[in-house]
Ligand binder design. Structure first.
Ligand SMILES: C[S@@+](CC[C@H](N)C(=O)[O-])C[C@H]1O[C@@H](n2cnc3c(N)ncnc32)[C@H](O)[C@@H]1O
Length: 246
């Protein structure tokens, strides 16, 4: 997932989400007087959030499973630390905040997830580990994609283009299993020819209220919203702000 060409395209063409969410996240940290302590960014991608956090004075540890995205992140933010791991397995160190921007917790991979239906258990154990890792007063801030990604039945095909790339996406939502499948074809210009790659991303969709309850059961106080500061997420997405009580 997120092999070389999609990693490049995500970094150059889809950086908006991470760049626009950062000021809102930093404002939440400042409101809680969380300054200068470690931020662990789960699903850090190519390091756009890590760059914004680092520039504001936070040490950052980024975790992602894509080596190709991490290679870009390491070049972008040499002063941050990046690890290749599944966020469901990585031992999260003591920190002031945990962030996860851009639907990272929706992604299903066969190696992490038991057959469909077992996802909630995996999230519960992740939430418990994050709760343990956070200092009292610490924040866990992330967004999720919810059921209802597609408003019409059947598959939807779209494309996006950049100077030297084209990406074609076919999306289909299974409302019974609450699963979104994205079939992604990338075309990237390399040595005057266009190189093709194909990926399939499977996302388990969760109602935000269900996730909020799970967080509360793990000990967090939870606030649900649809924006990071001024940056309003697309429809059927929510931001969860989970606070570890002091
Ligand atoms: C839509 S991208 C968002 C990346 C970055 N946070 C951003 O906003 O640009 C989702 C990210 O989650 C990562 N990811 C998905 N499942 C993961 C897992 N189980 N462990 C680690 N990273 C994961 C992907 O590799 C990808 O970088």
């Amino acid at each position: 997932m997120y092999r070389q060409d999609l990693a490049y395209i995500h970094d150059t063409g889809h950086a908006d989400y991470a760049i626009k969410s950062a000021p809102g996240i930093l404002a939440l940290l400042a409101q809680q007087a969380l300054r200068g302590g470690l931020i662990v960014d789960l699903g850090c991608g190519s390091g756009w959030s890590a760059q914004a956090f680092t520039q504001t004075g936070y040490p950052v540890l980024g975790v992602d499973q894509s080596e190709d995205l991490l290679a870009i992140a390491r070049r972008r933010v040499p002063q941050a630390t990046f690890h290749r791991a599944s966020l469901y397995e990585y031992p999260i160190p003591t920190c002031q905040a945990v962030t996860s921007v851009g639907e990272c917790l929706n992604y299903r991979s066969e190696q992490d997830f038991p057959p469909l239906g077992g996802s909630q258990q995996l999230l519960t154990s992740l939430f418990q580990r994050i709760f343990q890792a956070l200092i009292p007063g610490g924040l866990f801030i992330f967004d999720i994609a919810e059921p209802g990604q597609l408003t019409t039945p059947g598959a939807v095909k779209t494309f996006t283009e950049g100077d030297d790339w084209l990406v074609l996406v076919e999306k289909a939502e299974d409302p019974v299993r609450a699963v979104l499948t994205r079939r992604i074809i990338t075309l990237r210009r390399v040595n005057n020819t266009y190189r093709r790659d194909d990926e399939v991303h499977t996302l388990q969709l969760y109602p935000a209220s269900t996730i909020a309850k799970q967080l509360e059961q793990s000990g967090f106080e939870v606030q649900l919203t649809t924006c990071y500061g001024d940056f309003v997420l697309p429809p059927a997405h929510s931001v969860l702000i989970a606070h570890k009580p002091t």
